[in-house]
Design a protein around this ligand. Structure first.
Ligand code: ZN
Length: 239
C-alpha cells in the first residue's frame, strides 16, 4: 500500500477510479475546486471553505476562535524552529517551534494544543472570509456574526427526549414554550410542566442535535395559557 500527500489536482485524476473511501476524499476535492472557481481562491483556501461549510451543515454550528498553532494544514505554513537564548545554562537549549495564530471554526470537545482541526492561518483568513460568508448564507446552522457578517438566524440546540410523552426535539423549544404562569420548562409534546431540564424530565439524545430558527424562539409556540389561577385565600382583616 502507498501513503502519499496528493494535491487537489491529483485527487481529481482519481475521480471514479478508486475505492469508496478514496472517492470520499475525491468528492471533497471536487467541492473545493468548485468553490475555488466561484470565488477565485487557491486550492488550499478553497478546501478550508469547503471543510468549514461541511462542518456547519453536519454539526449545526461553527465557532470563531483564535488559536496558537505550529502548522496550518490549508496553507502549509509551519512555525519556524528557533533556538532560545542561551541564558545561564551550561548546555544549549533545545530548539522550539514558534507559534502563529490560526482561526479555528470547528467546535471541539477535545482540544489538541497547537493544532487546529478546521482552522486556517489568521493572516490569510481575511482572504477566505468573503467566500466563507457567501457560501454559508442560507445554511441552517448557528454561525458566529464575525463570519456571517450578521447575527445568525439559527440557533444550535441539544436534542432531548421528554420522559412524560416521548416527545423528541430541540431542548431550546422546551424553554420558550411557556406560559405567563409557569417559569419552568414546558414539554412541547404534551404541555407537561417541568421544573428542570434533568434526566428526571428530559434525556439528552446523544450524538444528535437540532437547529432552530431564531424567529421560532422569539414567538410563543402556542397561545399563552388562559387558565386563571385561583386567588390566594385572603387573610382575615385585622379587626
Ligand atoms: Zn410531554
Amino acid at each position: 500500500m502507498f501513503i502519499a500527500t496528493l494535491t487537489l489536482a491529483e485527487m481529481l485524476l482519481l475521480d471514479g477510479r478508486c475505492s469508496d473511501k478514496v472517492q470520499e476524499q475525491v468528492d471533497r476535492a471536487k467541492e473545493a475546486r468548485a468553490i475555488g472557481e466561484r470565488h477565485g481562491l487557491e486550492d488550499g483556501l478553497a478546501l478550508f471553505v469547503r471543510d468549514a461549510l461541511a462542518e456547519a451543515r453536519s454539526a449545526g454550528r461553527l465557532v470563531f476562535q483564535r488559536k496558537p498553532v505550529t502548522r496550518c494544514a490549508y496553507t502549509g505554513r509551519t512555525g519556524e524552529w528557533i533556538r532560545p537564548a542561551q541564558g545561564r545554562a551550561r548546555f544549549p537549549k533545545d530548539p522550539v517551534q514558534q507559534l502563529f495564530s490560526a482561526i479555528e471554526v470547528k467546535r471541539a470537545f477535545v482540544v489538541v494544543q497547537h493544532h487546529a482541526s478546521i482552522g486556517i492561518d489568521a493572516d490569510v483568513f481575511p482572504r477566505v472570509l468573503p467566500a466563507l460568508s457567501a457560501e454559508l448564507q442560507g445554511v441552517q446552522a448557528e454561525i458566529p456574526e464575525a463570519i456571517l457578517g450578521a447575527p445568525s438566524p439559527w440557533r444550535y440546540s441539544d436534542r432531548v427526549k421528554a420522559r412524560c410523552c416521548g416527545w423528541t426535539g430541540a431542548a431550546l423549544l422546551t424553554e420558550v414554550r411557556r406560559d405567563p404562569h409557569w417559569f419552568g420548562l414546558t414539554c412541547p409534546g404534551c404541555g407537561g410542566k417541568h421544573r428542570s431540564m434533568g434526566p428526571v424530565n428530559f434525556d439528552r439524545v446523544i450524538g444528535e442535535h437540532d437547529v432552530v430558527a431564531v424567529s421560532r424562539l422569539e414567538a410563543p409556540a402556542y397561545p399563552a395559557s388562559t387558565e386563571v389561577r385561583p386567588a390566594l385565600p385572603g387573610l382575615p382583616l385585622a379587626g
